[in-house]
Design a binder for this molecule. Structure first.
Ligand code: FAD
Length: 431
């Protein structure tokens, strides 16, 4: 079998590429999906009337094209929300982001944060800084780093923060100014900060409703087709024992995994693959028989809480639960592939949800389900940049294009998948 374009993976990236190829009337492609349904991490699933996502999945849109595309695909089935997110720390709920909302903390902590921010702004600039810890200390000061930036990021990344660079920070950590730190330390702010101050979310169907619309335009998708081998020399991929030839191969599967199934790699590229690192995330989705707090999500920097984030799925749309119920996603991170003890985490989590007032003694847990994301966040350490760019260039020279957060091995998001899928479709058509 031969197809001009073979796409690995029917998540939002592969679907966006297929959608845009179809829009350009290019049908000589096939999309191979390992599972029996499309959507990947941006899919949703339903259990007993509760719709869950794979961890919190909200649409943050900054490009006009992506906004237009979402409106076209979801039509009236989308709502815009103003973020209601908090940091839970030292027994207090502070609005997110921490650095601009210190008001409410104990006086001595506020003084420490403000004093060290003043020193940071006097002494340092973030220009030419490459390491994450230095970057954060120069931008926020030692106090904000000590109380939030370092413990929270340690919990999320599960790696030695001293090895991490700040290459990923630009978009994902709300920047600040000394003025905003000080104003937020002595009064409650109303100003919005950060890329996720507003977000879009489907009114029904969960995040997966978007992929379902993309899927409607994707004719050549084949399910239960896990690519188990890529042969660079023969330009073939193997699925269920059969070879498929390609002119161009597009991979959205995790780049690290692609390295493991590709034959014909040079020794130096094999070494680069070894340098790619990532963490794993496990999300506990639960549905309960009562309403809960009026908020979207909470960050937990303190070590005593095993989770780094608790989201209230039912706050994104009332359609996601049966009447008078609510649902949560509780996210835990672990070093790559290190599966935690789910029973122990459940026990601790329910105790803390009760203690924190998310649930009450008399509610019933109606649904409980674990989501496993073995490759969740790619780690930007000092080897990342070099290894990633060597691999991507090498693959491109072999007619293999990488796409998406995992295919391209980057800290990215749904909007970028949509846009990169569109751009790659155009490139492949012109080839
Ligand atoms: C905890 C968490 C929260 C997130 N929250 C947000 C958010 O709020 N907003 C946002 O915009 N983004 C968010 N993201 C990022 C978002 O999930 C990704 O950007 C998006 O899922 C990338 O889509 P993808 O299609 O590239 O990859 P995936 O969704 O991973 O899809 C890849 C597909 O490839 C298939 N596949 C893998 N290997 C093979 C193989 N060998 N053969 C065939 N098929 C294969 C998989 O089954 C899967 O369907 C979050 C990510 C995580 C981990």
């Amino acid at each position: 079998m031969k197809n001009k374009i073979v796409i690995i993976g029917g998540g939002i990236s592969g679907l966006s590429l297929a959608y845009h190829l179809e829009s350009m009337k290019a049908q000589d492609y096939v999309l191979l999906e390992a599972h029996d349904k499309a959507g990947g991490l941006c899919g949703s699933y339903n259990i007993n009337g509760f719709t869950f996502d794979y961890g919190g999945h909200l649409l943050h849109l900054s490009s006009k094209y992506a906004l237009k595309l979402i409106q076209k695909l979801l039509n009236k089935n989308v709502a815009i929300h103003k973020r209601k997110a908090f940091v839970y720390i030292y027994g207090k709920e502070l609005p997110f982001p921490f650095q601009n909302n210190l008001y409410g903390l104990d006086d001595n902590i506020i003084s420490e944060c403000v004093k060290t921010a003043l020193t940071a702004y006097k002494d340092k600039s973030t220009q030419n800084i490459t390491l994450f810890k230095n970057w954060a200390a120069a931008l926020y000061g030692e106090g904000i780093c000590k109380h939030f930036m370092f413990p929270y990021n340690q919990k999320l990344w599960q790696t030695d923060l001293n090895e991490m660079t700040c290459a990923w920070c630009g978009e994902f950590i709300p920047k600040t100014t000394l003025e905003d730190i000080i104003k937020g330390a002595y009064s409650r702010r109303k100003k919005d900060f950060g890329y996720n101050a507003h977000f879009f979310y489907p009114k029904t169907g969960g995040c997966g409703a978007l992929c379902e619309q993309l899927l409607k335009k994707t004719r050549n998708i084949k399910y239960n087709c896990e690519v188990t081998e890529i042969n660079l020399k023969e330009k073939t991929v193997k699925i269920n024992g059969a070879d498929i030839f390609y002119d161009s191969l597009v991979s959205t599967m995790p780049l690290k995994n692609l390295g493991k199934i590709t034959t014909g790699l040079t020794a130096s590229i094999k070494k680069d693959f070894k340098d790619l690192k990532h963490n794993s995330v496990y999300a506990l989705n639960i549905g309960v028989s009562a309403k809960t707090k009026d908020a979207h999500w909470y960050y937990f920097p303190e070590e005593k809480y095993p989770f780094y984030r608790v989201g209230i799925q039912s706050a994104f749309s009332a359609s996601l639960t049966p009447e008078n119920c609510s649902s949560f996603y509780i996210e835990f991170a672990a070093p790559a592939g290190k599966k935690p003890d789910f029973n122990k985490l459940e026990e601790q989590t329910l105790k803390y949800l009760l203690e924190l007032g998310f649930i009450k003694e008399d509610i019933k847990i109606l649904v409980k389900n674990w989501v496993e994301i073995p490759v969740a966040y790619v780690i930007y350490d000092t080897k990342y940049e070099n290894a990633r760019s060597n691999i991507i260039d090498y693959l491109k020279n072999n007619n293999i294009y990488t796409l998406g957060r995992y295919g391209s091995w980057e800290y990215s998001f749904m909007e970028k998948s949509l846009l990169d899928g569109a751009a790659l479709a155009e490139k492949l058509i012109r080839k």
